[in-house]
Design a protein around this ligand. Structure first.
Ligand code: 5GP
Ligand code: MN
Length: 337
């Protein structure tokens, strides 16, 4: 057992969007936190939350653990450039902490906050243990921005085009552009409502999907070079090492999305991408797992090595070699029903 892992917190109180909205309206200071290596949903939440806090007249900050640069495609979101990094910030007694899209306290440094800090946990991961003092959890929600949207609507809060755009970015990225199995009719309705608020769907598409830095494509090339097909085509695994990042000039955040290319391969049931990290902060591997048809529960798999996520998209960190991890994933998929 890793000595850094805190005891599992007791599940806190479950609350409704109305309750969260009422609390938010009465706040003085808020701190929004999302998980390390944030994706479009995580940063969409941060942007939408800070913008709404401004509109409600609250004193607000945001924090994301780690130092790695955010994926370029989300840097256009307002307020993301002012997010605090590194060690968790000080939290006074008048600050409520809003944990957004954070399935685990560990990945968000939420366990390192000052003693007594009140955490409102808003998330759509099925494995979220309700670690907050207040918890608004909905595993049927296509994105955490969808839950945030429900909070804003429950409070009758004023929307604007920037807030709507940030919420939309979380929705469009977490549903794989409205094509993953979490794409409910409600997801489409939310998109339509946000579009009515003025979201420029094509402008978001160009920012998020058509502004790829060349270094990122060159990283994809290297991942394709390292690709291995195993289990008769059911498993595709690949890896990226420090050398791949150095040679392409890409940073770690630019590996986001590569796994989506791997899983497109015909006949693949599980795709895995291993990122070998070295440096003062990490000397370990970050593993991303995807299940194409849901027949293999990758959240369960990731959970065995201390990670988690969704049935079809999960991940974990592990101090093991790339070769060992490739074999481990292969054995796990072979043993799956
Ligand atoms: P990704 O592979 O894109 O980093 O993550 C896919 C999904 O797995 C996300 O829902 C993410 O929250 C979850 N995930 C990724 N890495 C970890 C991890 O180390 N721990 C946990 N609990 N979840 C993770
Ligand atoms: Mn999410």
């Amino acid at each position: 057992m890793n000595p850094g892992i805190p005891p599992t917190p007791q599940a806190g109180k479950m609350v409704t969007p109305e309750k969260v909205a009422a609390r938010l309206r009465g706040e003085k200071r808020v701190l929004a936190i999302t998980h390390e290596a944030p994706d479009g949903d995580a940063l969409g939440c941060i942007s939408a939350f800070l913008l709404m806090a401004d509109r409600l007249g609250l004193d607000s900050r945001a924090y994301v653990p780690g130092f790695a640069a955010f994926p370029d495609e989300y840097l256009f979101l307002p307020r993301v450039d002012g997010v605090l990094r590194g060690a968790p910030p000080e939290v006074d007694q008048e600050t409520t902490v809003y944990m957004l899209d954070c399935a685990s306290l560990m990945r968000s440094n939420g366990h390192q906050l000052a003693e007594g800090a009140v955490r409102v946990n808003i998330d759509h991961h099925q494995d979220n243990p309700a670690y907050g003092e207040f918890n608004l959890l909905d595993s049927a929600a296509p994105s955490t921005t969808a839950i945030l949207y429900a909070v804003f609507r429950a409070g009758g809060f004023p929307m604007d085009v920037d807030i709507a755009t940030a919420l939309y970015v979380g929705l469009v990225t977490d549903t794989g552009r409205f094509q993953y199995s979490n794409t409910t009719a409600e997801a489409h309705r939310m998109a339509a409502e946000l579009q009515n608020e003025g979201v420029d769907v094509n402008a978001v598409y160009r920012e998020v999907y058509e502004s790829t830095p060349l270094a990122k494509l060159m990283l994809l090339e290297r991942a394709l070079c390292h690709l291995e097909i195993r289990l008769g085509g059911a498993l595709v695994v690949s890896w990226l090492g420090p050398d791949d990042f150095a040679k392409t000039g890409a940073h770690e955040g630019q590996a986001e999305g590569i796994i989506d290319t791997l899983r497109r391969i015909q006949g693949v049931r599980v795709a895995a991408l291993i990122k070998e990290r070295s440096g003062p902060e990490h000397a370990d591997c970050k593993v991303s797992l995807r299940s194409t048809d849901g027949s293999v529960n990758v959240a369960l798999m990731a959970g065995k090595l201390g990670g988690g996520g969704h049935v079809r998209a999960a991940g974990f960190n592990c101090e093991a070699s790339v070769g060992w991890l490739m074999d481990w994933v292969e054995n796990e998929v072979r043993a799956s029903p």
